[in-house]
Ligand binder design. Sequence first.
Ligand code: M6R
Length: 611
Amino acid sequence: MCGIVGYVGEQNSAPILIEGLKRLEYRGYDSAGIGILDDGRIQLIKEKGKVSVLESEMKKRQVIGTTGIGHTRWATHGIPNQVNAHPHFSSDDELMLVHNGIIENYKELKEFLIQKEYIFKSDTDTEVLVNLIHFFYVNNNNNLYEATRQALLKVNGTYGIAVLSRNNKERIVIAKNGSPLVIGIGKGENFIASDVNALITHTKNVIYLEDGEIGEITKDSYFIKSLNNDSISKEINKIEMDLEEITKGGYPHFMFKEIMDQPISLNDTLRGRTILEEGISKLGGLHGFEERILQSKRIIISACGTSWHAALVGEYLLEKCTGIPVEVEYASEFRYRNPIIEPSDTIIFISQSGETADTLAALKEAKRKGALVLGIVNVVGSSIARASDAGVYIHAGPEIGVASTKAFTSQITVLILVALLLGRRKHLSIVDGKEIIQSLNNLGDLVNEILSQNSEIERIAEKFVNAKNFLYLGRGIHFPVALEGALKLKEISYIHAEGYPAAEMKHGPIALIDENMPTVFIAPKDAIYEKVISNIEEVKARNGKVIAIIDKDDKYVENLVDHVIRIPRTNELLMPILTVIPLQLLSYHIAVKKGLNVDQPRNLAKSVTVE
Ligand code: M6R
């Protein structure tokens, strides 16, 4: 988590850094800071709270300088306060550092530095790193690059860093290991940032650093080397993102915009990827890998959070269409339990950000053990995308709201396309393949039909603002949707919510049901509809309040429950894309009515780059 930015050029860096931090605020928002170098003088401003607090403080002071670094924090070591906010100075105020990541061996390094009479003001691992760099700095004739390189050779952990020194004017030393870092190439100015969102108003030309790389930028030059000091020549990539994709576009919140954007994002996910006449999909990123995947003895899908819920839907889709056994694993568990992985396995990693630390580490473990590693990722050029053997971008466009919405529906869409690609080479018939593609092509209209019920869903939300707990129940392919509905509600409204397979209710959760316990049932007319109706009856028999997501022509459930939200029908495999949308809107409206910050809920960050 955390976002870092840096600028060297001829303009005043302060407004550039603030603008960059605002665009990175989704990565962390408990404190923020900026350090600017001006003629050997470093001006440092740090504030607890959001970037806007820092910005107001800066307006009160005259902060000017053409070289600067900034940071927006998600606390790991030390509570969120002004002292623990970045940038951090070395003991003598000569060096200044911003850091995204965790220095795992910071305790032993700190003891070493204390013996060398370094003084620490904060509780952070970052202050240890800046002092360690300083230790090598004074032993290397104030050579900041060499000092940073030597210090990083002593460090275990993850970092994306930017370092300044008073004596090395107009240059920033940078390094990456496990946390993202990108250089923006300008004319007479250069930038660095945790991701390209912070750069797009300045340049479209970027260089992604890889783990173990270190470099330096000045206003008209840059270099990148390995930690062993070998020069590395890097490709310059063009960013294909527009500013309007990362602004709210008239909506009150990013989350609402991203929910309402789904007809477009789904269309972008699908564009050019189906061949109707053959009932098959066309995925350039998997070209040449189809047979290898089909020969797998099993497929494992691994992810975290919402992406893990998409993986559960994927299990259902891939097993049904390919007949290959599929297992789903939390990436955080997978990486540590020494999983049995055979070279004949295919392991799919799903991640919106492409930077989730647990997912990336699990991917590296799977690769080490010889499995074929595929990525299903949103952010182009992200670490998971680059580390995968092959993969498919979901092309949902930037997702800024911390609660994932449009990425989830696009992830499922890509999983359907993968299931089609593989299934048509196995036992999925052309007729079934065509039927799925026709349904995919109609998806945008069906999603619009659900979104047009926004006001009704808002009215339902009004009635549950004061609920303390919620239960979400679904069966089969809708069980992951129940989990996703519960996650959406708890992360932005802070209401405790649990998702369960509906049939499991009678094995425990039914004890919770009373008139104060709302239950959301996902109950479209599918093969187990009758069973779900019985579960609804069981809740109603105990005076529970029920909101049901039902087919638009369902007349029966309406008379049984307190509130219904109607959805159109489509191919069974696509139904989770539709059933989840009312749940996204429900949690959004409950959180807004509670007066909460839906885009930046407490304690969370969009991209979880720590373990
Ligand atoms: O970027 P990723 O998809 O790898 O992120 C995984 C989770 O951190 C993410 O889905 C998280 O659970 C969201 N806040 C859910 O809305």
